[in-house]
Write a protein that binds this ligand. Structure first.
Ligand code: GRF
Length: 187
């Protein structure tokens, strides 16, 4: 059995999909959720799904000893980032090598790096006149948004598309492919 910690900062639609996908799975257990945001939408979703959710203040992701001890004490095997907006501390990456996975709402290496999150990504994609966008599921290493890519899926951008409609297409890909890709990696 593998224990997963999901890290999420916001709405948590991906975290929610992941929780539901693995509910009742005897081999992969969503053991807990960590958030840095006491107002995050994921907190209520965790209540609904009876998954423990822990709020860690921003500082815990700078001096991460306490967080690391907490994850080890909870026997966490993998960390899944699902809309987690703080930088992952180096010490955590060292403690969980190739065990931290992220999803990015664009086709990396394009449209990655600092400031590239949420609608900012889709806005940049649209303004650049891209004909396609998509998702990138990747390992997290020391370089922001540059870890080894595990899976990419694409969707077309048409002239009718807006930033919002691109966001919805990308989100649909995320929900379809993130949970199943995690299963393939972890099992
Ligand atoms: C997703 O687009 C994900 O790719 C990115 O952050 C967003 C999170 O959305 N890393 P949600 O909170 O899961 O709805």
């Amino acid at each position: 059995m593998k224990n997963i910690a999901v890290f999420a900062s916001g709405n948590g639609s991906n975290a929610h999909q992941i929780i539901r996908y693995f509910a009742g799975d005897s081999k992969v257990v969503i053991r807990l959720v960590v958030t840095n945001n006491e107002k995050a939408g994921i907190i209520n979703k965790c209540k609904q799904e009876s998954v423990p959710c822990f709020v860690f203040p921003k500082d815990s992701f700078v001096d991460s000893d306490g967080l690391i001890t907490f994850l080890i004490e909870n026997n966490i095997d993998y960390i899944v980032l699902a809309g987690f907006l703080l930088q992952i501390p180096q010490a955590l990456i060292k403690e969980f090598p190739k065990k931290i996975i992220n999803i990015h709402p664009a086709l990396l290496p394009k449209f990655g790096g600092k400031g590239m999150y949420g609608m900012y990504v889709h806005k940049a994609v649209m303004e650049t006149g891209e004909k396609e966008t998509g998702i990138s599921i990747h390992y997290v290493n020391e370089e922001y948004d540059k870890g080894e890519i595990i899976l990419q899926k694409k969707c077309a951008i048409t002239i009718e598309d807006t930033i919002e409609s691109i966001g919805l297409k990308v989100q649909a890909l995320e929900h379809e492919y993130y949970p199943v890709t995690l299963k393939n990696i972890i099992k």
